[in-house]
Design a protein around this ligand. Sequence first.
Ligand SMILES: NC(=O)c1ccc[n+]([C@@H]2O[C@H](COP(=O)([O-])OP(=O)(O)OC[C@H]3O[C@@H](n4cnc5c(N)ncnc54)[C@H](O)[C@@H]3O)[C@@H](O)[C@H]2O)c1
Length: 356
Amino acid sequence: MSSPIRIGIIGQGRSGRNIHAEFLKNIPEKFTIAAVSDFLEDRCERARKEYGCAAFQDYKEMLADKSLALDLVVNASFSHQHAPISADVMNAGINVLSEKPFAKTAEEVKELIGVSKRTGKLLAVFQQSRFAPYYRQVQKVVNSGVLGEIRLVKIAFNGFARRYDWQTLQAYNAGGLYNTGPHPLDQALGFIGRDITPNVWCKMDTVCTLGDAEDFCKLLLSYPGRPTIDLEVCSNTNFSPYTYLIYGTYGSLMGSMSHIDWKYYVPEEAPPIKLIKEPLPGPSYCSDKLVFHEEHWDVPDEDKDLFNSMAARFYNNLYDALTTGAALAIPPEQVLQQIAVIEECHRQNPLPVKFQ
Ligand SMILES: NC(=O)c1ccc[n+]([C@@H]2O[C@H](COP(=O)([O-])OP(=O)(O)OC[C@H]3O[C@@H](n4cnc5c(N)ncnc54)[C@H](O)[C@@H]3O)[C@@H](O)[C@H]2O)c1
């Protein structure tokens, strides 16, 4: 593996240019943007000028050009092209980082894992929200045990938007769950467990979108003995009181991406109570006197640029995986579970296909 790692980027749009290239150009000691590919010639030309790299309208020409000595290709093409292009990249003998969604179906993920094993090429997915500081903090609180056993994890990635681009089209593997969903769903699966196939209930609908893919998604995941997950990716609410709301047996947590509060009682400090079957005297209501401890977290200054902080941690792990053989923080086998859940959500909600 060369160092810096030589990168090709397919797609020069909001992801390929604005996220990946703009981030990678700032760490030349680790990564060199050697080439890009985009259907659009003006985007190729801009990359030649801005990054001093080679540029191709046909990504297959980029993969075939051995003089580029590419170590890694970032696949930031349209979502429905992710799986076939990732396979093409590995078959060309190059490691691949696919944008989310990794694929449309669990079967496609299995095929990609097969290509990765056969070619010996690294297969990674850009789900940078695994490294989000607020998610790490929520995990820290949950793992500390102060909230007791976690019974419900509510996650809301909501807003109000009338989208009208290709990310509204089923033919492009778009809609809220394939597009935004991989971020909160990857986090959610960390709470219910990455080792199981959860029960899925999902309601999808089209509300404000101009396309035919859902922009309203309510998803419940359950499994015996595990926390229930209640996840929303909806484009029709102006109110977002929380990103996370967690119910435990000793307390609860509520937080956004920049601030989190949690509140709990300590069982050893609580006064003893006993069950009374007879009507309470008076009559009266139960009057348990619990003392709650309150704690707070604010995103640290160094993580205030959320995107950079997530991308930096993601790319550090990818760099280590490529240069030292370190384990990927998000192995493709974990993404298989996520795509299987998304596939089941769509199976339960067949929406009419209106555009090809
Ligand atoms: N991880 C994240 O936070 C994040 C953020 C934004 C987008 N994305 C993902 O990135 C992908 C691209 O989304 P976007 O918002 O950048 O779209 P976009 O429309 O802004 O850009 C896509 C670009 O890729 C080019 N392109 C598409 N297929 C190509 C191909 N086969 N060969 C060459 N060029 C090709 C298009 O011409 C366009 O310039 C999507 O799958 C999306 O889900 C991820």
